[in-house]
Design a protein around this ligand. Structure first.
Ligand code: NCD
Ligand code: ZN
Length: 350
């Protein structure tokens, strides 16, 4: 007997374990899209200037809450931007007082607004040791910045050159490899049974490097880490839909205005907040794994972070293609929404 296809799926409200909300008019413009679907999100600290101290994180959290429209609920989980000058005591205080959930490691120059990131990883050892002691996770942008390393190899090289040594010296440190894009990263996480997890974005489950470069250059698909070849995308889909507790959603929704994207040296980032859940339902359905969607979006992340899943639920309902804006207008300028390249039939209810 064949089973009726699923047309309605009710899951615990998802969380986003890697999100860029920016500040000011952009924050006001994009926040409602995340708050509409997600209960909580790990908020990236790469503002200009970056969110380095407990005090800065507390004040950024206040600005996010002030920008939240009346009647919406959303919990920002703040991160501290790790610099070579970061004070371990300040990090410990931010954690103890519930101001910051994690610390973010950007290798200096790896991505948007990462100039204040880390050059010499030995300089941040005291902070990492403190974090290992207090059980505070480190979120890692896992790409080397060595200009001699091909951009498509930077994640794989980072694992060998940076991540393995850090984890060897500080095995008790809880690490999230963020926005993994390669089979290499998936394998590394699968082979590691303690203190390591990975987030996967929506767009990396959908696009490969051809989408960016073939048939004309598509700046709206350009993000960092850059999408890799199709075999890697398939490995990511396999990991995300497997139910393996070490993989969970971090959308890396990263809004930039169209003028900032569409220029000779355009910014990296895909803005997926408005249609992420509809996109993911398509991906999981195509893989025949809709039943694993909840683990990826709503269960595995809280588990790693030592939090309970959200009490509330949302439903995904299959029907006529969903309308979503091609671009949104923010006070900072227009921002193009990620185009998955296929119609989205799953609507989010509640
Ligand atoms: C992010 C941004 O715009 O802040 N860009 C991106 O392509 N993902 C930075 C990041 O997460 O690398
Ligand atoms: Zn990001």
């Amino acid at each position: 007997m064949t089973q009726d296809p699923i047309t309605r799926l009710t899951i615990r409200r998802p969380d986003d374990w890697h999100l860029h909300l920016r500040d000011g008019a952009m924050l006001e413009g994009v926040l409602p899209y995340s708050a509409a679907h997600f209960g909580r999100a790990i908020i990236m600290p790469n503002l200009v200037p970056p969110v380095v101290t407990a005090e800065q994180a507390a004040s950024y959290r206040d600005r996010i809450m002030a920008a939240l429209p009346d009647g919406m609920s959303f919990t920002p989980l703040m991160t501290l931007y790790l610099t070579e000058e970061t004070d371990p005591a300040d990090v410990a205080r931010a954690h103890a007082e519930g101001i910051a959930t994690a610390v973010k490691l950007y290798p200096a120059g790896a991505t948007t607004n990462s100039a204040s990131g880390v050059r010499d990883f030995d300089k941040v050892r005291p902070v990492l040791e403190t974090m290992a002691e207090i059980g505070m996770p480190l979120c890692v942008h896992g790409e080397v910045t060595d200009p001699t390393i091909d951009i498509f190899d930077r994640e794989a090289v980072f694992i060998d050159r940076v991540l393995k040594p850090i984890r060897k010296k500080t095995p008790d440190l809880r690490v999230v490899m963020e926005h993994v894009t390669t089979q290499n990263a998936v394998d590394y996480v699968r082979d590691t049974h303690k203190n390591l997890a990975a987030t996967i974005t929506t767009h990396h489950l959908i696009i490969n490097r051809n989408h960016i470069l073939s048939g004309g250059i598509k700046p709206h698909y350009y993000c960092l880490p850059v999408a890799k070849r199709e075999t890697h995308r398939i490995a990511l889909v396999e990991a995300a839909t497997s139910g393996d507790k070490r993989f969970f959603l971090g959308t890396d929704s990263a809004p930039h205005t169209d003028p900032a994207k569409l220029q000779a040296c355009g910014c990296a980032g895909c803005f997926t907040a408005p249609n992420t859940l509809s996109c993911l339902a398509e991906v999981f359905e195509a893989a025949g794994k809709l039943k694993q969607l909840e683990a990826f979006t709503s269960l595995n992340g809280p588990r790693f972070y030592g939090l309970e899943p959200n009490e509330e639920t949302v439903s995904l309902v299959k029907g006529d293609p969903v309308d979503y804006p091609e671009r949104i207008d923010t006070g900072a300028g227009p921002v193009t929404v990620f185009d998955p390249g296929f119609p989205l039939h799953w609507r989010v209810e509640g």
